[in-house]
Write a protein that binds this ligand. Sequence first.
Ligand SMILES: [Zn+2]
Length: 499
Amino acid sequence: MKTHRIKVYDRFIELVKKIYELRYRAEYLAWEGITNYRANVKPIVNKTMALDDKSLKLLTSKEMALCLKKLNNKNVHESLTPEKQTNVRIITNRYDRLSRLPTALVRFMRKASVIAYEKWEEAYNASDFNIFKPALRKIFDLSVEASRLLRDKNIYDGQLDKNEAGCTTKFLDPLFNDLKNKLLHLVKRIESHSIPTPVIKSNFDIKVQERLSREVLKVMGFNFSRGRLDSAKAAYCCGSMYDLRIVNAYNEGDLSSVFGALHEGGHALHEQGFKEKHFCTPMADCNSSALLESQARIYENMVGRSEEFWSYYYPRIKQLFPFLDKISISDFFMMVNKVQRSLIRGEADEVTYNLHVIMRYELEKELFSGKITVDELREVWNDKMNKYLGLTPKNDASGVLQDSHWTEDFGYFSNYALADICAAQLTEQLEKDIPNMFTLISHGNLMPLKLWLNANVHENGSMYNANELVVKLTGKPLNTDSLINYLRRKYSKIYGIRL
Ligand SMILES: [Zn+2]
């Protein structure tokens, strides 16, 4: 009996590994299109769609169904190790989800998404929401159709659950209302104490910025023998723990690429931190979008925007860009932490950022409840922007068209706020476990931080979602206390007020 069980599990893992191999092949192909400006994107899109098709066939195959049925038998399941149980659970969830959707619909959704991205790009460049509207309506209708097939009650919950298992509006509503009210109060208080910051007019050479990104990644502990750094229009990260591809974006006018390197580096360390023996299985993957983003935000914000990080790094930056000699470290620190109402989520500071996110969450919820339509999205967007951030977009590109997320689906934005909440709770725990962590960071030693994340977060793979892991490590569920305390402490010091 036992040998039979082992054989079923082994066969199951063989199938799972094939699915992951197809996924990585598709990711590397997409990477080629993104990093090679001259690449012809059409054949790449066709090839990645063919790989996705193969992977879908394997996942929903009769053999997979049979393996899952046997492995989910109560006695068999209980005899598996927690790691093996996790692999079975995650693949079962994916199987359940995808096998309930007709293959034709899945294919149609992918095609609609490719068209929507093209339309979004055209609309963004022309700053005209009307160009994107029909394609967006299609994505919305297909998402509703898929959600109806997957869930009976709340359609929007189906969208949330896709990215963060078990996540519902019932869980998010009180959490985000609490966060929104506290953030609105903080922004008002900080604004009443604004202090002038210097403006840098010189250009930051792109080649030097690339060198700097490489250095930052090395300090973080990124293993370059198993990964690489390239450039493109937008920063991102893809691939497996053995061949990780970080892509960073560079602007001559600022040093935002440093934060891009820290953010994507956080994702990369997560991937490189999985246990090798689990390669190509959910145990060497993260199934929680909130947890995934939290790893990037710890490095980008909690570490990368800290006084200690810059006390170590600013002298080096001044060596690379001598014109910064005129700017004191305290002025520079102020510049990278300035709280300012702005139109673009991707450029927002730590305090206003989640107001942008919550606004999108509310818009999506209203869209799925039928309170508003795709046609009304621009007007409602502008109203909400005014209500929460006191600003009106001057055009669609700086308003409703600024993010490309809706070319794929809905229900992702909320994870950015969950990630910040999670990152703050994890950092609080980190400081309890390594009390001198920030002193070490001020000496350029980021290794204890990486090792803690490896042991407490990364090595768990897909075993826990963000809430489960935070409960396990801190004893408390996801809540706004740590994030708000962190922001109060930090900005009270920067602005010289008691928040
Ligand atoms: Zn990210």
